[in-house]
Design a protein around this ligand. Structure first.
Ligand SMILES: [Zn+2]
Length: 427
């Protein structure tokens, strides 16, 4: 482990360390795919009075394992630093996620004929947003989540929840208590767990012989095809292909059975695994597509790495041309994506004036690393910039329609991903 460099060279405070072997298969041959430079933690917004305080920066680079083809970040950041910040995330506040989860739960109950003798276990169960659908239908559940606030909210609505990190230890303890899971679910957690073998071993231990486990996670093919490099940050340790997942599950006696592409979060996969062999035609087709595209080899990812470098260069040129013409630029959306993009772009200080965000908890703070002030969206009416760079490009349509007045008054929208461009909008 190293001592991190800090933004203003003040006292070093935090620790991280570069991996020497693949976290999944242990192979030492790791090839660099994309180096995004030294970056702050993407969610760590700064308080205005902390300008003089050092801000830890960590190398942000993704490497490919030449043995199993798993794309992963090159650094381990100590979990107390990575997850030590208090940013409570309650799934129940996201309407689209609630609808998506409810239909998933209803489908599973129907297909698996779940009843009072079954047990549905969800890892990273948050505030019970998914499991409550099973509880309503009298199917026994257990949530497992280390985040105390959301877990207590789940317990309060009748979703039993174990406040802990899931892995082999917890799974063994539950089996010793006589429990066995008919269905196990883990949505948007597979990419975050550093000790991935211990995590998957937990599924192998707790899952019933005839049970099924389902995982939803961002699919690396979507990341590459949409050039969404700004979804790379330290909390996202892994970027999975089916090719990389098969040996990981296989090591623990689990088989890939089915996969489905989902539109949620800009392109995800829902993968089904069990202790039984057998693949659906859909899964086989996705795996054939991966082979054809070369997701098991370095060329596919290296080409992505070159696209990202080109994107950075094009973005710098586009924004600097605008500034050279005396026009002003602001950015929209102070989310993690934006932090990765702006820190990687490394623009001259006066390129972007400020960032606006609708979230009142973010207003008044500063973007990590680049330290741009975050202002309320009203600023776009009071003193509009000439150009507005939309950082959460996956919500660009929604933002454009919300900010119709900005456009009506001559403002121009820009976005950087999949390539830097001016959005042409009919007046
Ligand atoms: Zn590997």
């Amino acid at each position: 482990m190293h001592v991190a460099e800090t933004a203003n060279n003040a006292m070093p405070t935090k620790i991280y360390g570069r991996i020497t072997a693949c976290r999944s298969c242990g192979c030492g041959e790791l090839v660099s795919i994309l180096d995004l430079g030294k970056q702050p933690l993407a969610n760590a917004l700064l308080e205005p009075d902390s300008l003089a305080v050092s801000e830890p920066l960590f190398p942000l680079e993704v490497v490919l394992c030449m043995e199993c083809g798993l794309l992963q970040v090159s650094e381990d950041v100590a979990p107390e630093i990575l997850f030590g910040q208090d940013y409570p995330y309650y799934s129940s506040f996201i309407p689209a996620l609630l609808i998506h989860s409810r239909s998933h739960a209803l489908d599973l109950m129907d297909e698996r004929h779940l009843g009072e003798d079954d047990l549905v276990v969800e890892i990273a169960s948050n505030d019970g947003y998914l499991l409550k659908n099973f509880v309503e239908n009298r199917v026994p559940v257990l949530g497992i989540d280390p985040a105390k606030g959301p877990a207590e909210a789940a317990i309060a609505i009748g979703v039993p929840t174990l406040i802990d990190f899931f892995g082999a230890r917890v799974a063994k303890k539950l089996v010793e208590e006589g429990r066995s899971a008919s269905v196990m679910l883990a949505n948007n957690v597979l990419a975050h767990v550093n000790d991935i073998n211990d995590f998957i071993e937990g599924f192998a231990i707790l899952l019933a012989e005839d049970g099924v486990a389902e995982f939803e996670f961002p699919y690396v093919r979507d990341l590459v095809e949409t050039c969404a490099f700004d979804t790379i940050y330290h909390e996202h340790v892994f970027y999975y292909s089916l090719a990389a997942l098969e040996p990981l599950f296989g090591r623990h006696g689990l088989y890939l059975n089915d996969a489905k592409k989902l539109e949620i979060h800009g392109g995800s996969l829902r993968l089904r695994v069990s202790k039984k062999q057998g693949k659906t035609a859909v899964l086989q087709q996705l795996q054939t597509d991966e082979e054809r595209l070369g997701l098991n080899g370095a060329d596919y990812y290296q080409s992505f790495g070159r696209h990202v470098q080109q994107l950075r260069q094009d973005l710098r040129i586009m924004l600097q041309d605008i500034r050279a013409n005396g026009k002003t630029i602001a950015a929209y959306g102070a989310a993690a994506k934006g932090a990765t993009l702006l820190n990687y772009a490394d623009l001259p200080d006066d390129t972007i004036a400020f960032v606006v965000d609708r979230n009142t908890h973010k207003v008044g703070k500063l973007m990590p690393g680049v330290r741009l002030p975050i202002k309320p969206v009203d600023v776009l009416d009071a003193s509009p910039p000439d150009y507005l760079l939309i950082l959460p490009w996956n919500f660009a349509d929604e933002i454009v329609s919300q900010q119709k007045a900005f456009h009506d008054h001559g403002g121009i929208f820009l976005k950087a991903v999949p390539h830097p461009q001016r959005l042409e909008i009919a007046r």
